[in-house]
Design a protein around this ligand. Structure first.
Ligand code: TXA
Ligand code: MG
Length: 308
């Protein structure tokens, strides 16, 4: 952690654990440091980054709190996996927001991240620590696979708690618009204001909205029920199921998301299981949709995007 702080101070990038996925962190107020994030990820520069605050009061330095709803959301869910898009102040360099007038802000609940950003004392820009378009890392070894040799340090905090990226919202006309589903569910958010789902547009606000994202190397298709899927014969077909079932033995290889049929556990395992299947180099991965309630909506969203 001391080394991470030295590197951040020196304008370098470091991979840090958060409670959602591993992030590739740099000083959000230093444009050159932020440029190193794009370089390491090979990320197109039009893609804006999330900034992570050291504490609640730092919010006022980076953005204008527009509504009472925002205040209630931050009081309830921060620190935690909720990102809020707000009008930005001029302190935030354009490279962070890709020239947008808004900035995406959150406060991580991971104790390692919290300690580092707290000592750093300034906002940290951190997208997921994977190469652009690839699966987000939920373990330090995933970051090493994706970015090894390109970044000076990975802080290993073990597997991440939630396993999928934070929920992203913005407030539009008093409603909460969900730009990316995540651990803070639509059901929870509806306690604070009416919730509207975002319309998909050709110029996505969040690349999580790009049709192809979180992509494994193997081709992936999404189905309602794996039992009834009949794919091309003679192919090595990998099955990704919600629960285990003997009916899946006919698949070339398989993995399941939760022994207990628990959606939170499924979310935490999702990217790891996708990687495991992808590493075996199948001809096709067939993934089964999970029940769509709660965090299940976020899992299904990622599966559909991985299918492209
Ligand atoms: O859980 C997370 O959010 C992780 C951890 C590391 O914090 N971070 C993460 O960052 O997923 P990233 O960069 O992989 O995804 C951030 C998403 C992108 O889809 C980006 O387009 C969107 O947030 N975003 C950033 N700024 C935005 C803005 N001003 N308006 C709309 N969307 C924005
Ligand atoms: Mg990402």
């Amino acid at each position: 952690m001391a080394r991470a702080l030295e590197l951040l101070d020196a304008g370098q990038v470091v991979a840090l654990p958060t409670e959602t996925v591993y992030g590739l962190a740099a000083d959000a107020l230093n444009p050159e440091a932020v440029a190193r994030i794009f370089e390491a990820k090979e990320r197109p520069c039009f893609d804006p980054l999330i900034i992570h605050l050291p504490d609640q009061k730092a919010l006022d330095q980076v953005s204008e709190i527009e509504t009472e709803t925002v205040q209630r959301l931050t009081q309830t869910f921060w620190p935690g996996p909720l990102t809020i898009v707000l009008r930005k102040r001029d302190t935030i360099p354009d490279i962070v927001t890709a020239g947008l007038e808004t900035v995406a802000v959150r406060m991580s609940a991971n104790p390692i991240f919290t300690e580092i950003v707290g000592k750093f004392g300034r906002p940290i820009a951190a997208p997921s620590a994977n190469r652009f378009g690839q699966i987000s890392p939920t373990q330090a070894s995933h970051v090493l696979d994706e970015l090894g040799g390109r970044i000076p340090l990975i802080v290993d905090g073990g597997p991440t708690q939630h396993g999928i990226e934070s929920t992203i919202v913005r407030i539009v006309d008093g409603s909460i618009e969900i730009l990316r589903n995540g651990p803070v569910t639509a059901e929870r958010l509806a306690e604070f204001a009416p919730v509207v789902r975002t319309r998909l547009s050709s110029a996505p606000l969040a690349p999580g909205q790009l049709p192809s994202h979180y992509a494994p190397r193997a081709k992936l298709v999404v189905v309602d029920a794996l039992e009834s899927f009949s794919g091309p014969s003679g192919k090595r077909i990998a099955a990704l199921s919600f629960r285990d079932s003997t009916a899946l033995r006919r698949y070339w290889t398989r993995a399941h998301l939760s022994e207990r049929g628990d959606l939170r556990e499924a979310a935490a395992n999702l990217f790891q299981r996708l990687r495991e299947l992808d590493r075996q180099n199948p001809d096709l991965i067939v993934a089964e949709l999970v029940p769509a309630q709660g965090i299940g909506a976020a899992i299904n969203e990622r599966l559909r995007r991985a299918a492209g």
